[in-house]
Ligand binder design. Structure first.
Ligand code: SF4
Length: 314
């Protein structure tokens, strides 16, 4: 359904300063699959999602949707064409909703633009509000009248009303209270199953990503370090970064959290400006070897569909 080959997105900050936000991602997402993309802030996850669907112009590399090459730079006509099948659910539901528009106008906007009659738009919006766990009466209200979780449900209804095939969920639960995160994840999972959606689920909560995703991809400083079936990556991580990321993931049970002796990921993610050769994790890696800092590790299949980019597996 979705495929990228060596996709790159660089930002030119100054004459000799290039930010390597996404630096050669090759990835496939099968139809009806949920792929979870994880990594710390600054790893390039959101930039990858946005570049994939044309919100950023690609620097180089290829992207395909249903076998068809996606344009490097989307024109207004491309956005119009692909928005019928590709949608995005944003991290900050408040920032992504227009405060001056009612829920009816926002959720039904794309149907109105297609020329659908007002009464029909109202019917559709009422249906989709119910489908995402809101009340149809909410359609006359404005975003500020809702809680964070409800606003995210509005954002989801807005993306789903046109019945897309592929949805990028860009940190859809990060801005929400812990108590409502699971509800939103369950809603997305339910919609994915009933609509046969393909999802790219971007998040930094590894437990949540494991719960919802079929496969997991781990990103570090613009590159993929490990991909594989979610359970394999979560319960048997092979890349030192994935191992530390999972070890550093807080244990939901406070009693267990107090007693566990985890090896914690230390230091900050390195700057993605003017990145050189070598393993990008070498300055934080407890298993680093002398050649790690100047030889870039290539991805290696260590089991069926389980790929790791690390010199330990060379
Ligand atoms: Fe660590 Fe070397 Fe593997 Fe990088 S390549 S993760 S530095 S062992």
């Amino acid at each position: 359904m979705i495929k990228t080959l060596a996709l790159k997105k660089h930002f030119q900050l100054a004459r000799h300063q290039t930010l390597h936000a996404v630096d050669g991602i090759s990835l496939e997402i099968a139809e009806n699959e949920i792929l979870g993309l994880v990594g710390e802030s600054g790893s390039g996850k959101s930039t990858f999602g946005k570049t994939l669907i044309g919100l950023h112009e690609r620097t180089s590399g290829d992207a395909f949707y249903q076998g068809e090459p996606l344009p490097k730079k989307f024109t207004a006509a491309d956005h119009l064409r692909y928005s019928k099948e590709i949608q995005m659910v944003f991290q900050d539901p408040y920032a992504s909703l227009n405060p001056r528009m009612t829920v009816l106008d926002m959720v039904g906007e794309r149907l109105s633009l297609r020329g659908m009659a007002r009464s029909e738009v109202q019917e559709q919006v009422a249906y989709w509000l119910s489908r995402v766990g809101l009340h149809p009466d909410h359609m006359s209200r404005y975003p500020h009248e809702f809680s964070g979780g409800q606003r995210q449900r509005i954002g989801i209804a807005r993306a789903m009303i046109i019945e897309p095939k592929f949805v990028v969920c860009d940190e859809p639960i990060s801005a929400l209270d812990v108590s409502v995160q699971a509800q939103v994840v369950n809603l997305l999972e339910d919609l994915q199953r009933s609509m046969g959606l393909t999802l790219l689920f971007i998040a930094h909560d590894l437990s949540m990503v494991r719960y919802i995703s079929d496969r997991m991809a781990v990103m570090y400083l613009g590159t993929l370090v490990e991909t594989g079936p979610s359970d394999a990556v979560f319960f048997s991580p092979q890349h030192p970064y994935t191992q530390l990321l999972i070890e550093s993931n807080p244990e939901p049970d406070p009693k267990l959290e107090r007693t566990r002796s985890a090896q914690i990921l230390t230091g900050e993610i390195t700057s993605p400006v003017n990145v050189g050769p070598g393993c990008r994790f070498s300055d934080r890696c407890p298993k680093a070897m002398p050649h790690c800092s100047n030889e870039t590790p290539e991805p290696i299949a260590i089991a069926t569909d389980h790929i790791v980019a690390c010199h330990l597996y060379r």
